[in-house]
Design a binder for this molecule. Structure first.
Ligand code: SF4
Length: 332
């Protein structure tokens, strides 16, 4: 069984020794930076993720020079290229926000971020369905906050989510899988940047990638098979891109069952017919939404501990993609 997350190191003060670094809208971290002087502290971010994450706090509106408290602002005009306006004062904040975002993102590009959590609905931070008002003052929920747009444009492979969407257990599980896998990748780049290490890393991701997208997993397999012939930068950049694209595809129950059945296949000789039937039944129950993913996985892991299977099975990130304490697979 992979020990990667079981060996998670903590410093004496309880903070992680080698942290996952996530950017976040400052108000979600409990900072009183909102237009009314309040915050929108997020429990999952500050409590559940606390042992693993170092937060990089960003408040676009305050950092670009707006006061606390301040007038409310909104997006106005074209959905794809709106202006950021303070309706009360008539101030246009668009160019100020764009030039501040560009400068801040140049700095953040060197911060080795593994993800970003943004505040929903904000004309600065909102990622999806932000209100954009037309010239008659009518809103359409189809815009993106100006900082959020600049962030996505500057870091298209970074896992980025809204705090509101993280209440959806499937989106949350996918986001956490992406940030922990990206973290493992950046650890590889920092400690052993070699084609051999990429081949080993890819082998450990095999089942996880298959659960997300068999087509993209196949493409990655072809890429890694050329590892020895590619320049390092080309190999690493291409692998990083393909990995993040593959993991962005949400696994469905059918693909998860395909992977679970493949893993079960390695126990064919070892299990009794009763044990095989029990495992097949829980996979079937998971397919029908009667039990969460945790149930067949727990049974599989238990069999892998007790029976001889190839070493690479024990190394599969799919079995433990992030610390079990996050308890995300009990609800997907
Ligand atoms: S949503 Fe963004 S801009 Fe608004 S208070 Fe929070 S961090 Fe600041």
């Amino acid at each position: 069984m992979t020990k990667f997350w079981e060996e998670w190191e903590l410093k004496e003060d309880g903070s992680p020794a080698a942290p996952i670094r996530l950017g976040a809208s400052a108000c979600l971290l409990g900072e009183q930076v909102r237009f009314d002087g309040g915050h929108k502290q997020n429990k999952f971010m500050l409590h559940d993720l606390k042992p693993y994450v170092e937060w990089v706090s960003v408040c676009p509106e305050v950092e670009m020079g707006m006061s606390i408290p301040r007038e409310t602002i909104r997006l106005v005009g074209e959905i794809d290229d709106p202006e950021l306006i303070g309706p009360k004062s008539g101030t246009n904040y668009t160019s100020g926000m764009k030039s501040w975002s560009s400068e801040r993102l140049s700095f953040l590009a060197n911060q080795q971020l593994h993800g970003f959590v943004l505040k929903k609905d904000s004309p600065s931070c909102g990622l999806f369905r932000v209100r954009v008002y037309n010239d008659k003052g009518m809103p359409t929920r189809a815009g993106r906050g100006l900082f959020a747009k600049a962030l996505v444009d500057a870091m298209p492979l970074l896992p980025i989510e809204e705090e509101g969407r993280l209440r959806d257990t499937y989106l949350r599980e996918n986001f956490i899988t992406r940030i922990f896998t990206l973290y493992r990748w950046t650890q590889l780049l920092a400690t052993d940047p070699s084609p051999r290490a990429v081949v080993t890393f890819h082998a450990s991701l095999r089942m996880l990638l298959l659960a997300h997208s068999p087509a993209k997993a196949k493409e990655m397999g072809r890429w890694v098979s050329q590892a020895g012939n590619l320049e390092w930068d080309e190999l690493a950049t291409g692998y990083h891109r393909m990995m993040m694209e593959c993991l962005s595809v949400r696994p469905n129950r059918g693909r998860q069952c395909h992977v679970l059945s493949r893993l079960m296949g390695f126990l064919k000789q070892a299990l009794t017919s009763d044990e095989k039937q029990e495992l097949a039944e829980v996979i079937h129950d998971f397919r029908n939404g009667m039990v969460p993913l945790l149930v067949p996985l727990t049974l599989l892991r238990s069999h892998f501990r007790r029976h001889a299977v190839p070493d690479w099975i024990h190394e599969q990130v799919y079995l433990t993609p992030y610390p079990k304490e996050l308890m995300l697979r009990s609800s997907v």
